[in-house]
Design a protein around this ligand. Structure first.
Ligand SMILES: [Zn+2]
Length: 283
C-alpha cells in the first residue's frame, strides 16, 4: 500500500446527495448551511457530473466508481443493470475490510420496493432504508445510524430540489423553497456530526443541475445541467478551492482513498488528495 494511504485519519464518510442542486442556487436562495460547508471545507462549484446528467446514472457512478459506459445505467428507466465489464460497488469494497455502508433515501413507490431491495443487495449495502419524503425526514430516519455507526460509509439522498425543479422549473420560487429545506437538513446534519473530528469526512454534492436544456429537466449537455457543487469537510480537510476539472466520479475514488482502501481498476475518478491536510507520517 502506498505511503500516502497512511496520511488519512478518516474512519467514516457521511455522503449527502443534494439532488438537482445547481451551484448558482446556493447564493440565489441564500443557502447558508451549504455555503458555510463550502467555505470551511474543500469545495468547488464547477465540478461536472456524468453523462447523461440524470440521477440513476450519477447514483450508479457514485455507488460503483464506474463510468456509465461500464455500469450500464444510462437512462431514467429503473432496471437491474447489465454492466459491461467488472464493477466493484463501493459497499462491497468496504465490506472486504469489515466496514459497513448504509444508505437512506425517501420512500420509493410500492411497486418499486422489490427492485430497490434487490439493487441494494447487489450493491452490498449493510443497511438500506427508504423512509420519509422531505430531506429532514430522511435525516430523521438516519439519526440513530449517524450516532452509532462510527466507521465506513453513511449515505443520504435528498430529492427536494429535483422534484420542485421538475414540477415548477429550476430556480423557480418553489425550487428555492425546496432547496432551502435541503439547506436546513444539511445544517442539522453538520450540527449532529463533529466537523472538527478528523475521523469523520462529510461530503455533500449534487448529482446534476437543471434548467439548462429545458426549464423543467436536466438531461442535456448544457453546463447548467452538468455542473455540480462538491464540498468536503471534516477535521482532516484543509479549506481550499478545488477549482475546475473535478468530476462526480472523483467522489467514490476519494472515499476509498480516505478510508485507506485500494481502488479497483473500474474506478475512473481520482482521489481529491489536495483536500486533505498534510499530516506528519507515522514513523
Ligand atoms: Zn430529476
Amino acid at each position: 500500500m502506498p505511503a500516502d494511504y497512511r496520511s488519512s485519519p478518516v474512519r467514516r464518510v457521511v455522503l449527502v446527495v443534494l439532488d438537482g442542486l445547481r451551484p448558482d442556487a446556493i447564493s440565489r436562495f441564500h443557502l447558508h448551511r451549504v455555503a458555510s460547508l463550502a467555505r470551511r471545507g474543500a469545495s468547488t462549484f464547477r465540478a461536472q457530473t456524468v453523462t447523461p446528467s440524470i440521477t440513476p446514472c450519477a447514483m450508479a457512478s457514485l455507488l460503483t466508481g464506474a463510468a456509465p459506459e461500464r455500469h450500464g445505467i444510462q437512462s431514467e428507466h429503473f432496471h437491474i443493470p447489465r454492466p459491461r465489464g467488472p464493477v466493484h460497488p463501493i459497499a462491497k469494497e468496504l465490506a472486504k475490510h469489515s466496514l459497513p455502508a448504509s444508505f437512506f433515501m425517501p420512500r420509493v413507490p410500492f411497486l418499486m420496493r422489490g427492485i430497490a431491495a434487490r439493487i441494494s443487495t447487489m450493491l452490498g449495502l449493510s443497511e438500506f432504508r427508504n423512509q420519509g419524503n422531505e430531506a429532514g425526514e430522511v435525516l430523521a430516519a438516519a439519526r440513530s445510524t449517524l450516532e452509532s455507526q462510527r466507521r465506513g460509509l453513511i449515505m443520504l439522498h435528498w430529492l427536494d430540489a429535483d422534484r420542485a425543479g421538475h414540477d415548477h422549473g429550476w430556480m423557480s420560487p418553489e425550487y428555492g423553497i425546496a432547496a432551502a429545506r435541503m439547506d436546513d437538513a444539511l445544517g442539522e446534519l453538520t450540527d449532529a456530526v463533529d466537523l472538527n473530528d478528523p475521523t469523520t469526512l462529510v461530503i455533500a454534492l449534487a448529482d446534476h443541475g437543471g434548467g439548462g436544456g429545458t426549464l423543467k429537466h436536466h438531461d442535456s449537455s448544457h453546463p447548467l445541467d452538468t455542473t455540480i457543487p462538491i464540498m468536503l469537510a471534516g477535521g482532516a480537510i484543509m479549506p481550499c478551492d478545488l477549482g475546475a476539472g473535478v468530476s462526480l466520479t472523483d467522489v467514490p475514488a476519494t472515499i476509498l482513498w480516505a478510508l485507506g482502501i485500494a481502488r479497483p481498476e473500474s474506478y475512473v475518478g481520482r482521489p481529491l488528495m489536495q483536500a486533505f491536510a498534510k499530516l506528519p507520517m507515522a514513523a
